[in-house]
Design a protein around this ligand. Structure first.
Ligand code: SF4
Ligand code: SF4
Length: 480
């Protein structure tokens, strides 16, 4: 009896000890690696990464940078191929102009994009962050490279920080600030180019700061934001600001492919000099930690801070090469790949998201194909009821508001579609390209065709004989 009691106690103690150990092991999840317990910033000095994946990412980044700096100059019929003019409510995607009237298409487009992001994240984790996110591209492939060039690698950067303010430190700090500011200014110009068009940016720069003070102010605000982000704020954007990182917790599952540490192969870790037998392959060299731009240890498992930049894969592969072990101790893999040695499968969750995405894409395609070139809204002119005309005729006055979404002037003829009558235009309906246009017209009906006090009219808008839009209006007649 006493023996049993002792066994139970020792089992409990062991369980508690294990639990405590587990809790202690999870301590890193209570804090962001770049913020100290006192709430101060832990500035990260990642070592310059190199390796196969880093080279590949560099090539991708050159491609994105070329795209970013050349797309604003690519035009279709005189308009940029992409424009996000939130100020004037004009958006161009792949040369197609969208107006606030296309809000529904825009909303469905956004929803489709969101489902695509979810599907992609469930399958591949934060692959986008490491390989295509503009923040990572500019930070790691532009500004970080400039920093290595001016300040040197991580150790030299730390030395420079600790150094008193001597000539070398002042020269390097000023050089870095000036270069970072100029690059930020360049990016801000192109960023603004995507909003108002690069030609307008060029024209405004030529005409001078004082004539276009508003635009110049926006340019400087963007420049300072970029400078602040890349000079100081850096990985905090991914850790604190970006909502996408926060989504990982709900989107990832055991089948999502991520940058992961193969703990089955790596543990128990131990130094090369450690004589313990049955050690795992991890030699506890911390090379993977030293290159991490968000300051984490991937061996602690998937973490919110990991932007899947692959720097730790390259660093660990290099170590494995040195100690004659197979590469891939840190690799792209899912939890099930590592723990269960299962192959990647197309799960029911992925199938479901794919189904929703296909439906949304089809719907979006239909909306885009059937999108009207012209949109019209007809309203009775306020304060006007009806006018009695000779020959037993009644007229109503209407205002028509039109949007021409095309790149050509459109001349329109108006016809009554559901009732016999006449439309008398006050001005010809010539809607300039990519513009809003407003005019008025009379609808004149004979009393004989009017059956009730309020009649719904269907009005067809015709361009060169073919109908481009149908709209409705209410015709008011005296009581019958
Ligand atoms: S680089 Fe590889 S071997 Fe070195 S600590 Fe990281 S996982 Fe272990
Ligand atoms: S853990 Fe690896 S992949 Fe993740 S951010 Fe750090 S270096 Fe990049």
């Amino acid at each position: 009896m006493q023996q049993n009691h002792n066994d139970i106690n020792s089992n409990d103690n062991e369980r508690v000890a294990n639990l405590k150990k587990e809790l202690l092991d999870q301590d890193f999840r209570d804090a962001v690696g770049t913020i100290s317990k006192e709430g101060n910033r832990n500035y990260i000095y990642p070592q310059r990464p190199f390796g196969k994946l880093y080279n590949l990412r560099s090539y991708f980044s050159y491609f994105y940078l070329i795209l970013f700096f050349t797309l604003p100059f690519i035009k279709i019929e005189g308009e940029p191929i992409f424009l996000f003019n939130v100020l004037e409510g004009k958006f161009i995607f792949f040369g197609q102009i969208f107006w606030p009237q296309d809000f529904f298409i825009f909303a469905i487009g956004l929803l489709t994009f969101l489902v695509f992001v979810i599907l992609f994240t469930v399958a591949f984790g934060r692959l986008f962050c490491g390989w295509a996110c503009p923040q990572t591209i500019f930070m790691e492939m532009v500004f970080r490279k400039i920093e290595y060039w001016i300040d040197g690698d991580a150790n030299q950067q730390k030395k420079l920080k600790a150094m008193p303010w001597n000539a070398e430190k002042i020269r390097k700090r000023i050089t870095k600030m000036v270069v970072f500011f100029l690059v930020s200014f360049l990016i801000a110009n192109f960023f603004l180019g995507y909003i108002i068009g690069i030609d307008r940016v060029g024209l405004m720069v030529q005409e001078g700061v004082f004539i276009h003070f508003g635009v110049f102010s926006s340019l400087m605000i963007f420049t300072f934001i970029f400078f602040f982000v890349y000079y100081w704020f850096r990985e905090q954007v991914c850790l604190i600001v970006c909502p996408y990182g926060r989504l990982q917790g709900v989107l990832l599952d055991r089948n999502s492919i991520l940058v992961a540490y193969d703990y089955v192969r790596g543990e128990p870790r131990g130094k090369l000099s450690d004589p313990t037998e049955n050690k795992g392959d991890c030699i506890h060299c911390s090379a993977c930690v030293r290159v991490c731009p968000t300051g984490i240890d991937i061996r602690n498992g998937t973490q919110l801070e990991c932007v899947n930049c692959t720097a730790c894969i390259d660093a660990c592969d290099e170590i494995m090469d040195h100690i004659d072990k197979p590469k891939g101790l840190i690799l792209y893999a899912s939890e099930n790949n590592i723990a269960q040695k299962q192959k990647t499968t197309y799960t029911w969750r992925l199938k479901l998201y794919t189904g929703v995405l296909v439906l949304l894409l089809s719907f979006l395609a239909v909306l885009l194909i059937t999108r009207d070139d012209v949109s019209a809204r007809v309203l009775r002119t306020p304060g006007q009821m009806y006018q009695k005309l000779p020959e037993n005729k009644i007229s109503n006055l209407y205002n028509i508001k039109l949007t021409n979404k095309t790149r050509r002037l459109i001349h329109l003829d108006l016809k009554l579609e559901n009732i016999e009558g006449e439309i008398k235009l006050i001005n010809p309906v010539d809607v300039p390209k990519e513009s809003y246009y407003q005019t008025s017209f009379f609808v004149i009906l004979k009393k004989g065709v009017i059956r009730k006090r309020k009649t719904e009219l269907k009005i067809g808008l015709y361009n060169k004989g073919s109908r481009v839009e149908t709209t409705t209006a209410i015709f008011i007649a005296p009581s019958l």
